[in-house]
Design a protein around this ligand. Structure first.
Ligand SMILES: Nc1ncnc2c1ncn2[C@@H]1O[C@H](COP(=O)(O)OP(=O)(O)OP(=O)(O)O)[C@@H](O)[C@H]1O
Ligand SMILES: [Mg+2]
Length: 411
């Protein structure tokens, strides 16, 4: 069977999720294997204990191998961390009056990539944002067009080289070679955004355990990406601190009784917890818990708003915000987001999956599933891993083209 097998490893702060998938006819993604393990050694999206991360990744890979019956040797790996930055760059090449082919597109992307990047940073993505052929801008895909001069606008995302290297070593030592890194919010966007939203202008916001990942899409293209070092772990820590409970209990009551809008919780709603080592159970008003959560959620969205304003694209997001990530499960979080940002907010999670999908229908797995979707749409330029990738975004996918890309990626 020559249908390509794809593997993604989402190395999160809370959980590590390895997925094995197969791209079937019509671009349907079948999940063949799943390995979900609690994360260890990660803080705010980056490894802080390399050995612990390696062990956790290794367990996750083993589980995915067992469930899929396949051996995993390489994978796409998610990347977060606060040291992400991006620049826009243009590449120009001559075509000499014939039809533009794959190689011309690749050459133009290579030319765009030749911007000065400091030695301590590594290029993770070179994303095309549209082509110009002989002075005619706004061309989505120039393949097959006639021309003399091909220009490409790109968005180049770089990450601190040491952070990438640490993660690469962890995954390598766990038994899989990272074939490419994908920035968290770009992977999530592949799962939760519709083409219409991308065209209109939208911000995707993945609130996880240690990070909140943001990507802004306008006219179908990525315009801005950021990773903030705040997430659900901070909410849990606030609860532990505010109610004087151990972290594990704070996490439990957050998931069982949490709400992000104090005013929406009934005045008399109460629950009990028994702090470790205490005889008597502790009675807690759910409103008290909601007040703590609301304050931190408000703060997270204020940071998101600040970031959107800093990008300069506020006012260009009529499709509003699409919220995902494990922490987007907190009841009421949509209301707070909408109030703080002044935008419509919807929550989204993976859907339309085939195969071993039971656990994956949750917003916590948007990045994990997104890695597989990403690998369906990308291919390498040049032979080396983690080199720039070509994005074939556009209004509606050109499946013939994408298939040819996939063929190249999985010869
Ligand atoms: N039902 C729920 N209610 C509230 N919070 C939840 C719920 N389910 C999960 N969470 C929170 O979601 C967070 C984990 O989300 P997720 O799995 O997306 O993180 P991650 O991908 O491992 O981390 P990151 O992307 O930040 O590195 C945890 O803080 C957890 O407490
Ligand atoms: Mg995540």
């Amino acid at each position: 069977m020559d249908e390509p097998i794809i593997v993604g490893i989402d190395v999160g702060t809370t959980k590590i999720c390895t997925l094995v998938g197969r791209v079937e006819q019509e671009g349907i993604l079948r999940i063949l294997g799943v390995g979900i393990e609690p994360s260890q050694g990660m803080r705010k999206g980056v490894p802080v204990d390399v050995r612990a991360v390696t062990q956790a990744v290794s367990r996750s890979i083993e589980k995915a191998e067992r469930t899929s019956g396949m051996e995993i040797t390489s994978a796409l790996v998610s990347l977060a961390g606060s040291q992400v930055s991006s620049v826009n760059s243009k590449g120009v090449v001559g075509v000499s009056g014939r039809t533009i082919d794959d190689d011309d597109v690749i050459r133009s992307m290579e030319a765009a990539r030749a911007v000065a990047i400091p030695h301590n940073r590594e290029i993770i993505h070179v994303i095309q944002r549209g082509f110009t052929v002989d002075g005619q801008p706004g061309i989505r895909m120039p393949l097959g067009m006639h021309g003399y001069r091909l220009e490409v606008e790109t968005h180049i995302i770089t990450v601190a080289a040491s952070a990438v290297e640490n993660l690469r070593n962890c995954v390598d030592d766990a038994g899989a070679t990272p074939s490419q890194f994908v920035l968290n919010p770009l992977a999530s966007a592949e799962v939760v955004l519709s083409e219409t939203e991308r065209e209109m202008g939208v911000v995707v916001c993945d609130v996880g355990g240690g990070t909140t990942d943001i990507a802004i899409y306008i006219e179908g293209d990525v315009y801005h990406t950021t990773v903030l070092g705040v997430g659900g772990d901070h909410i849990t820590a606030d609860i532990a601190h505010g109610l004087r409970l151990p972290i594990s209990q704070a996490e439990e009551i957050k998931i069982q009784h949490g709400h992000a809008v104090e005013a929406e919780v009934g005045e008399n709603e109460e629950f009990h917890v028994r702090p470790f080592g205490e005889e008597m159970p502790l009675q807690i008003h759910r409103r008290e818990l909601a007040l703590i959560i609301e304050a931190r959620v408000e703060e997270i969205f204020s940071l998101v708003l600040q970031e959107i304003k800093r990008s300069g694209y506020d006012g260009l997001l009529p499709a509003g915000m699409v919220l995902t990530g494990g922490s987007s499960s907190i009841p009421g979080i949509r209301t707070v987001g909408s109030q703080v940002l002044g935008l419509p907010v919807r929550r989204a999670q993976p859907d339309n999956l085939v195969g071993m999908t039971d656990q994956l229908y949750s917003p916590a797995f948007s990045t994990s599933v997104g890695l597989l979707k990403w690998s369906m749409l990308m291919t390498e330029i040049g032979g080396e891993s983690s080199q720039p990738k070509i994005s074939s975004r556009g209004g509606g996918y050109d499946w013939e083209y994408i298939k040819s890309l996939i063929r190249r990626l999985f010869p």
